[in-house]
Design a protein around this ligand. Sequence first.
Ligand code: PLP
Length: 401
Amino acid sequence: MINRTMFDEVMVPNYAPSQIIPVRGAGSRVWDQSGKEYIDFAGGIAVNALGHCHPELVKTLQEQGQTLWHLSNVWTNEPALKLAKQLCDATFAQRVLFANSGAEANEAALKLARLYAKKHYSSEKTEIIAFKNSFHGRTLFTVTAGGQPKYTEGFEPLPGDITHLPFNDLAAVEYQISNKTCAVIVEPIQGEGGIIAAEPVFLEGLRALCTQHNALLIFDEVQTGMGRTGKLFAYQGYQVTPDILTTAKALGCGFPIGAMLTSHDIAASFSVGTHGSTYGGNPLACAVASRALELINDPTLLAGVTQRQQMFISGLKQLNQKIGLFRDIRVEGLLIGCELKEAWQGKARDLLTQAQEQGVLVLTAGPDVLRLAPSLVIPYPEMKKGLQQLAQAMLAIKMGF
Ligand SMILES: *Cc1c(COP(=O)(O)O)cnc(C)c1O
């Protein structure tokens, strides 16, 4: 019998998963071992952009599974080339590097920025500017770039020459940036940090400062990419073009894959042998991501994200008017953060547990923020039902459960 108790017996204790074990999913519904049904507002942390077991993705996975799984980068493959072409056609990019996760895509971006600066300018040009409260992954380089000291504690010595500045504070960047800066890495919307959007003038200012100081502007769109904000990538809504963009999470809609996108000129600093991955660009992952991109990069689907966003805004505001648990509701496409009022701070995880009891799966972003990242195609009845269940959970928290 496989059960939750086994987790504590066989797994490294770096997670504290919920008490239920989901065993099956379809669209925006999930069922656990006991057969209980849940509405999924978590979306695998902004990964399952097309819901669970989307028939088109299942079909692609099955077809590719019977054709070719893996080669390594000693040979290229058709799905990888097709996906790279699609990504270039849909964005500013001219070159693509595939990885297996968001952290790896960012690791590649930071390494590339260092190499590019050395090649084109000087060996002193190594500083990376990043932002407080940001998240870029868990490899040592990316976790150090991330702006949450609790995640690097104990792992010292850390990679050097990374400066953390307050997010949305352009004056701080203006003061710090110099000809020794090789890159600025930023999430257009901080996800793990609580769904905090960059102000347009902030990103515009970063663009101008990077250009002025020959530093590369890296947008980490691991969480905001692939339609999450109602644009294919969030930068397209800001109309600020980065030099390097990283994406992962929803790129494979649940099949692990990440990508780094850049220009021909910048890409040229990675010559043969300077970087690599055994799995990166694997045919199975690329075939699924290619189909996912076809389905997501569609005007009707993207317009549907904006419609659902409006429904979440009005739905959540209505609930909060009655129950009054949140002091701020931040809705960026279908990336939603509800910040708890003072009196309930620290209770986001309790709210998650209560919501699960009521039959809706949600996320947190830190101790004080409820986060929702549902499927981009979540049906309206599911949205309505999930919001009702969430209201019950909010009432339970308010009454002190
Ligand atoms: C999730 C996330 C990452 C890390 O992605 P992994 O696939 O977990 O390595 C990096 N950056 C951002 C903005 C993320 O949300």
